[in-house]
Design a protein around this ligand. Sequence first.
Ligand code: PEP
Ligand code: MG
Length: 895
Amino acid sequence: SKNVYFFGNGRADGTAEMRNLLGGKGANLAEMTNLGIPVPAGFTITTEVCTAYYQNNRQWPAGLEEEIRENMKKVEAAMGKGFGDVNNPLLVSVRSGARVSMPGMMDTILNLGLNDETVQGLIKSSGNERFAWDSYRRFIQMYSNVVLGADHSKFEAIIEEKKKERGVTLDNELTAEDLKDLVAQYKAWIKANLNREFPTDPWEQLRGAINAVFLSWMNPRAITYRKLHKIPEEWGTAVNVQAMVFGNMGDNSATGVAFTRNPSTGENVFYGEFLINAQGEDVVAGIRTPQEISLAASQQWAKENGISEEERKAKYPSLEEYMPECYQQLLELRKKLEGHYKDMQDIEFTIENRKLYMLQTRNGKRTGQAAIKIAVDMVEEGLIDKKTALLRVEPEQLDQLLHPMIDPKAKVTIVGKGLPASPGAAVGQVVFSAEDAERWHEQGHKVILVRTETSPEDISGMHVAQGILTARGGMTSHAAVVARGMGKCCVAGCGEAVVDEANKKVTINGHVFKEGDWMTLNGSTGDVILGQAPLVEPEIAGSFQTLMTWADEVRTLQVRTNADTPHDAKVARDFGAQGIGLCRTEHMFFGPEPERIKAVREMILAEDGEARKKALSKILPYQKADFIAIFETMKDLPVTIRLLDPPLHEFLPHDRKGQEEMAKEMGIPVEKVIEKVNALSEFNPMLGFRGCRLGIIYPEIFATQVQAIFEAACALAKKGQKVVPEVMIPLVGTTGELQKIREYSVKVAEEVMAREGVKLEYLIGTMIELPRAALIADQIAEYADFFSFGTNDMTQMTFGYSRDDAGRFLPTYVEQKILKDDVFQKLDQEGVGQLLEIGLTKGRATRPNLKVGICGEHGGDPSSIEFCHKIGMDYVSCSPYRVPIARLAAAQAEL
Ligand code: PEP
Ligand code: MG
């Protein structure tokens, strides 16, 4: 069978489809060659040869040598040079290339074919003595390291010695004479230390290099990399032998990189840089200022840097001016490559004596904004269809367009890192309590609220803050969930932060921030930054809207939002939410009027049912007003309202001052308040007296909420608005709980409607967030009009990880790959997912048209959304700022 595949002169034996046989690089070089793109000629030794090499006791298969020689002849013919030719030598590079790229795992050898005779030929053909000797000494160094196993640093030491002797500091200050001497010294070192001569026969050099590439497949780095990425050992690596071209042969040579469109904005302009008389890595290394490829970009660059037109032309001309033929050729290639690959390309090229060669092309990395614009533009240009466009944009990339962000060009000092809990950026002055946040805010300051952890009491402070930093708490901690709901930047669980709330200061890795000091948070990366970093407003381009419309055309999964306020509801609606999937009523208890929380506390502290009812009657109008506002905002869209969930303890004042205030307000001794606070405190509040358990022990609490919901709905119905309230009962684990609460809820609802003279359609459903509830979902469905999976609690209860404390070990679990991801962010499909599937299947067995959704944080995560779609849910519900992400993810789940 064929072992070697040639490419060159517009004809290649291979194609892009032969990735498995030729490796990624080889297949790509073949494809470009077939497209008529100028690629330096070469050949690829297949991955099968590598496998055979290992099976055959590290021997080449019979006939390989002959095949290589035949192909080398073709390369010689294509390049007009001879391998080992002392007058006009062909030099080659030898590189590995597996099916999938394994960056930096295996080695590369350049300039192979040089010896004392051919270097003279190179001097002749290039007319550049220094270049030739420098290539030679680089070759010896690289080859000795990769093939002969010599330590790189030994050669570096020899160079250093030489530089000292010559009184220079930089490599490029060494003359041709110096480099020639280095070659002699290198060879002497090899003889003395490796007990052998450096191989002078180009064929011997080539055999050694090919074997070294095969052997590098089994080096410890590559083995580890394969294990980590689950790459089978049998795949083997291909070997690419390719003619060298030189961008460093003088002023008629250059090298560059380019994107076929702007990777940052997506604008359809050619975007790239080049360096005259340089080699590939010089552009990336940033030693010299690269020049712009196009004239317009070059002029723009000069303007921005205060460089005059004369100076620009003389010192930094564009490629368009400097080598117009090559520039024209590149423009044509740009069109050709995009037309063929149908995506934005990232290319590398080299110009040797005004002849252009392409060395690489691949799909280019891009920002979210660019991804959207390129995808939409390419549909309009007829390059791709809508389906392809939808799959081209990562849902998570949309996030960058939905929040202000730190200017990526700004230099910032990062002092610490936490979890990227809620994306975006925030700049503000540090404060340490919700009260201070409000006070500073009223005085016109921008603040960052820093807390050890947040509680529902902090909500108003969080609301006015630019961003929130907590020392403790995971991705579903209170701070994180609330901040995401508000679309507010939050860095949670920054373990390096030591918060001293009493003395109003926080210390992060030795940096002390006192009250009023400036801090910047990057909620997209978790970075905590010193001072005020510059922000840029996200641009929502027209193509964003277009892409969203296409997403809506294909998806069947509905997208709702988790919103507790009319403001959040409005944001979500504007982002395309199709209803509210979770309205957490407890957040309304901390509304703007202080009377609210007072009434709630009164209700909790009440001695008996009567007193409790009296307190509840104070809460009722607030709740009713809230529900009216939310129903009005959502208009005809469905709204699911969840009855009270958190333990009562969370609503009580925990400091002496608050307790005294409360006692005075209610005319009871402060001891009574303290006693109640203590009585309600629990070891495991998350597993304690919360959710429907409250509704069983204190039915009047839930009943009042139901009354408020229906009074609100009736009021709007009378005004002619269509409202279909959905009442949701949390944390159900037994049918009895749901049955009882449903019974009295229906009674209250019917009473209100009878009194108001309005007949409403309504639903009473439940959250499925306990494993037991999922397992008996067929029974539960008898009393539920809908299910909504609360996967925050379901994850907590299934793993037995406290959602508020898992930050201590979860990051390590992920690092050590005990868990693939943070299970509070990405649904654990294997375990928790099974429970969802069981719950859904059993629920629908009882009620075939049972409406099923998810409202845990996972409802905004693309891979979890795909899973929800797969098992047949009707909708996902997520924070307002994730709605566009969910719309795209839901569309992708369909494709
Ligand atoms: C859940 O548990 O997933 C849920 C949505 O409810 P909460 O986060 O309010 O407990
Ligand atoms: Mg829950």
